[in-house]
Design a protein around this ligand. Structure first.
Ligand SMILES: [Zn+2]
Length: 344
């Protein structure tokens, strides 16, 4: 089968590899019909040291189950399924608490030593706990939005929950990538009255406005903080969704939280420390978030997607086949595309 492998910064190739197959009795093999490139894939794309073995890429997919191991019960061959970016058993103490990204038998797709979803097929460990059957046909027009349940929509929702978004509150979303845009959707869905997007790219701002952003702040650093204060009677936002992961974006997120507010961070941190500990202390600002348990949110978000109340699939502004994946990385890295979908 053919699959995406990254061999170092800027070096993404489509390689022919042995076919995906079940190894453990709890595995399933999914033939991928849709996958995509994630903003988090751009971190290794910028920084990965050269590796002879390479790293298989991709952690978001919809596909059809081709085979299952002997112990798989809740999904079967032929099912159309969505795969969250982490696999999980669905039964351990953390899964039962809705934190599948900490599953004691879990892990992540597309990391060193694991298979990736930017491929013709992928082995899914813990298939019963991980996969969710979709009640639609394979060519359904909802496919792009359903694909976002693998990661970006669940991640935006997680940021909104961690930031304690609620009815009538002000939410600020730091970052205008696909996760930030889904954060806008999530904040609106949870009842935020004012939604301030911190972003700079005209195409993304336009989409965010359609998703429900009421204000846009394109300044950076201290100027951005001033602008948000102006927009919030000098107080800052109740809820801040940090959807980037840079030290500057995290510093901005903390600085624009109002006293008693919360920051929900879902951008994979590229820094070692959370800034301005005194501000979070004296203003009683809560900092929460982490890798979204996307699996926990699929059932909750699925009806909204199926009934068209949210359209997170609009974050995909480019579609390619597998051969176009290396150029898709380039296009996202150069901010030419928001998010690239791979259709097989
Ligand atoms: Zn578990």
């Amino acid at each position: 089968m053919r699959a995406t492998v990254m061999f170092g910064a800027g070096d993404v190739r489509i390689e022919t590899l042995p076919d995906a197959r079940t190894i453990e009795p709890t595995d399933a093999v999914v033939v991928v019909s849709r996958a995509c490139i994630c903003g988090s894939d751009l971190w290794p794309y910028k920084t990965m040291e050269h590796s002879e073995a390479g790293r298989r890429m991709g952690h978001e997919a919809i596909g059809v189950i081709e085979s299952v191991g002997a112990d798989v019960r809740s999904v079967k061959v032929g099912d159309l399924v969505v795969m969250p970016f982490a696999y999980s058993d669905g039964t351990c103490t953390f899964c039962r608490a809705g934190l599948q990204t900490s599953c004691i038998h879990g892990g992540f797709f597309g990391v060193v030593g694991m298979e990736g979803a930017q491929a013709e097929a992928v082995r899914v460990p813990q298939a019963d706990g991980t996969l969710v059957v979709l009640p639609v046909g394979e060519d359904d027009a909802l496919m792009p939005s359903l694909l976002t349940l693998s990661d970006v929509m669940g991640t935006g929702h997680h940021a909104a929950l961690a930031a304690d978004v609620g009815t009538g509150k002000t939410a600020a979303v730091v970052g205008d990538g696909a996760v930030g845009l889904c954060g806008v959707i999530a904040a609106k869905r949870l009842g935020a009255e004012q939604i301030i997007l911190l972003g700079r790219h005209p195409d993304r701002i336009a989409l965010a406005t359609q998703f429900g952003a009421t204000d846009v702040v394109s300044e950076r650093g201290e100027k951005a903080v001033e602008r948000v204060r102006e927009l919030t009677n000098g107080f800052g936002a109740h809820s801040v969704l940090e959807c980037v992961g840079h030290d500057l974006s995290m510093a901005t997120a903390v600085a624009i939280a109002r006293p008693g507010g919360a920051v929900g961070r879902v951008g994979v941190p590229q820094h070692e420390q959370i800034p301005t500990t005194r501000k979070t202390f004296f203003d009683n600002v809560t900092i929460g978030g982490g890798p979204a348990p996307a699996r926990a949110y699929i059932e909750e978000l699925l009806p909204d997607v199926l009934e068209g109340r949210i359209e997170p699939g609009r974050v995909f502004d480019r579609v390619t086949d597998l051969d176009g994946v290396p150029d898709g990385y380039r296009a996202m890295d150069e901010r030419e595309a928001i998010k690239v979908m791979i259709a097989f």
